[in-house]
Each structure stands twice: as C-alpha cells, then as structure tokens.
Design a protein around this ligand. Structure first.
Ligand SMILES: *Cc1c(COP(=O)(O)O)cnc(C)c1O
Length: 427
C-alpha cells in the first residue's frame, strides 16, 4: 500500500519510507491510499478469533509490500504480548485496560510495533538509525521499552527536568544499552524545540540518520486500531460507544480506522481536558489550535493535535459527517478529581486522570439504549501525586513498583542550549 501526503496527494511513498521519514517533505501527514474493509467472514466471527489473527488481517494490507507475512505475524505476536482485558465498571459502562504492557500505558502497543518494524528494516538494509523523542512523560518510556536492544537503533529521549512523575522518570532513565535519557532545564516545548532543530540541522543530518517515534509515524498509530477489535470480540452490543482520552488524537484516529475497516462501533467520544480544541471544533465547526495549558491529565496537554489532519482526511473535511460519528467532551482539573473520586466510591474502580474523563463522558452522555466502553490509557500508579488526592490514604503500589524503583538511573543533564545537545548526539 502507498501512503500519500495530506498536503500533497500526488506525493506518495511505501510503508517503509513512511516509517523512516515519519513526515512528508512538505508538511502534511502520511495517509494510506485506501482503508480496506475486513473480510465479511472475519467480521461475522470476531468473537471466535484470536486478537493476534484479527490484528494480522488488519495490518497486512498496509505493510505487505515491505514486510513478509511471517515477519508481520511475529511482530504482532510480540506487540500484543500482554493482556488487554475488558472489565465491567457499572451497569452500562465497561473499561478496556490498555496498561498491562511494559511501561503501563497504551503507547506500548504503537511503540513496540514501530520498533519492531524499524528493527526489521535496519536488519535488512544494514542502515543504522537515531531516534529522537521529546516526551512529557509517557511516550519516552514506551519508546525506550520498545526499542531496547533492537539492533541498528539508538534512542535519545529528552524530558523536562522535574516535570515527569517518579515512576515515569524511572521508566525513562533506567535502560542503558542503546537508550540515552536527557533531562532538560525547561518545559516539554523546550525539549520538542531541541528535537525539531536537530531535524532541520543539515550538517547533523549528513552525519546521522535521524528518525522520529512520535504518533505522527504511521507505524505508531496504525497498530492501535487492533485493540478496538478487542471490544467487538469480547462484548457484543448493537450500539457500542467508545470513549477515548485524547491529546494528539493518534488513539482516536486509530479507532476510526478500525471502524472504517468494519468493526462494529456505533460512535466515539473524544474526551479532553481544558485543551479542548477538537471538542470545540466538533461543536462549532471552527478549528482554532492554540498554546497548550497544563492540567492533571498532562499527556493530553496538546494545543495543536497532529492527528486532527488525519481525522479531517477520513471525513473528507466534512464537519457534519465527523460530528455525527464523534462528539466532544471535557473536564477541568477539579472535575477530573471529582470524577475519580465518584468512580472509586460508586464502582470501586480506581482510574487515572486521563481515563477518568472518558469514563465521566460516558456517564453523562450515554443514551439508554447504548453501551459504553472507555479506554484506560495508563495505570494510575504513573500519576500518583494526582491519584493520591482522591484516596483517603496514600496509595500503596509497592508490589507493582518495587523492582522498577530499585533500578539505577542514568541521565545526562542539559541546560537546553542546542549546541550542548548536538555535541552529546555526536559523541
Ligand atoms: C498519550 C496519552 C494520551 C493521549 O493519546 P493520543 O493518542 O495522543 O490522543 C492519553 N492518555 C495517556 C495516559 C497518554 O499517555
């Protein structure tokens, strides 16, 4: 399958090239020329099929020119090598827990698939690549875990010093081997600015093969559509509503791809915090990206979501069609805490500050004949300072975190100036 640039449909590349370059040369994002529908027989028998075999069928058309079927099969097995359980939370609401992977967030799925595809390509071409990631917390850990010891790859992670949680910091800084972590004096935006500058540095790009592991990369967002099939496999309801905590909208876009491939999904909710650019668009038809504001659900603090362009592409820029399929919802920080507390008190289910917004959206917006599923995008332990606000006594997750906390950190401090960062990369 070819992938074209949303800003220049005449420009198209192979899957492999889209993976290595991440972004088309003249802005826009890569988008597949087609979203093939799953076979009717598969769709009629989802509940009798393993998630891996459905995943293989979903991904195959996108990658088959560049990845042989037996390699894809291995990649999908390794990508989905953890539980993706669905639990009932209240009468009308279920949760799909996406946090049983190595870094306890849904990003493990996309990061693992991307890392293994890149690993396969570096192996077959002998090329070495340098992956740069700026992270506000969750992305860096998932990318590090995905790429750890993948031959031919070197990963450099930049995170804002003092602005990630303790668990997140451990998951960023305790790898070694082909993974390096830098703590940057400044904000997430400063980290991102350093990475962007490196990509534009011609001299540096002559010396290193730089690549990105951001959710703009097709190999990161596409495999996320597989777990939407888990909902259809394990629950059958004619009107299933899936509520997705959203920031850069890679996760929701993947859900829309699943729906286009034929998965039985009635509609989606885009659950957001005060960075509610997309909910505002859905309501008013005017799109107004802005600077992000910081909230308790900081993995969703995105003021100009990259994947919105892919959502527009899916609905041919038609606001009426998009808003028929997706409705927006948002909570502020106080409402987020209240919802966490309410969910815990009434259902004995502890949520994290991202998933809980999607939970509350279902609670407020489900119609009587619908059934809701929210995605729990990270384990609450990753956001302990916030989670502790809603618990009567501080949470005790020692069993879960003990081994991680005992690992030795290795981190390089950066002042935020570009030359210093550049020298480290070339070292
Ligand atoms: C990254 C992240 C999100 C947002 O996902 P997008 O695909 O960027 O919309 C939501 N929740 C958590 C916990 C995350 O880490």
């Amino acid at each position: 399958m070819r992938f074209y640039s949303t800003s220049d449909p005449k420009h198209s590349v192979s899957f492999k090239e889209a993976v290595f370059t991440s972004l088309p040369p003249n802005k826009g994002l890569y988008f597949p020329v087609e979203i093939p529908r799953l076979d009717c027989h598969t769709l009629d028998h989802l509940s009798n099929r393993s998630l891996v075999s459905i995943g293989l069928e979903m991904m195959k058309p996108f990658v088959e020119e560049d990845v042989p079927e037996e390699v894809l099969d291995r990649i999908i097995h390794e990508t989905l090598d953890f539980e993706l359980p669905i639990k009932q939370v209240s009468e009308q609401i279920h949760v799909l827990e996406l946090y049983h992977g190595p870094t306890w967030a849904f990003k493990d799925v996309g990061a693992r698939f991307l890392a293994r595809c890149m690993g396969y390509f570096t192996e077959t071409t002998g090329k070495e690549i340098d992956i740069l990631v700026a992270t506000s917390g969750d992305t860096g850990g998932a990318v590090a875990a995905g790429f750890f010891k993948v031959p031919g790859t070197r990963v450099t992670i930049l995170y804002p010093k003092g602005k990630v949680s303790e668990v997140q910091e451990k998951q960023l800084t305790t790898w070694g081997e082909n993974i390096s972590a830098y703590s940057v004096e400044g904000t997430f935006d400063d980290c991102q600015a350093l990475v962007k500058r490196a990509f534009l540095d011609e001299d540096l790009n002559k010396k290193l093969n730089l690549s990105s592991a951001n959710s703009i990369n097709v190999a990161r967002f596409l495999p996320q559509s597989i777990y939407y099939a888990q909902v259809a496999r394990l629950l059958s309801h004619p009107k299933t509503v899936i509520s997705v905590p959203s920031g850069n909208y890679g996760n929701l876009t993947a859900g829309l791809f699943g729906w286009k491939m034929g998965l039985p999904i009635h509609r989606f909710i885009a659950a957001s915090n005060l960075n509610k650019v997309v909910p505002d668009y859905l309501e008013t038809a005017s799109y107004d990206p802005r600077d992000s504001v910081s909230t308790y659900s900081n993995a969703m603090d995105v003021g100009a979501p990259s994947n919105f362009e892919r959502m527009l592409e899916l609905f041919e820029g038609n606001h009426a069609k998009m808003s028929q399929m997706i409705s927006g919802y948002h909570l502020n920080d106080q409402q987020t805490l209240d919802a966490m507390k309410q969910c815990l008190d009434s259902n004995h289910y502890l949520t994290d500050p991202h998933g809980v917004i999607a939970y509350q959206a279902l609670k407020d917006r489900l119609k009587p004949d619908e059934m809701g599923v929210f995605l729990e995008t990270a384990h609450p332990v990753k956001f302990l300072p916030v989670v502790d606000h809603v618990l009567d006594e501080p949470a005790n997750f020692q069993d879960k975190t003990k081994e991680l906390m005992s690992r030795k950190q290795s981190v390089i401090e950066l002042s935020g100036d570009y030359e210093g960062f550049r020298n480290c990369l070339l070292d």
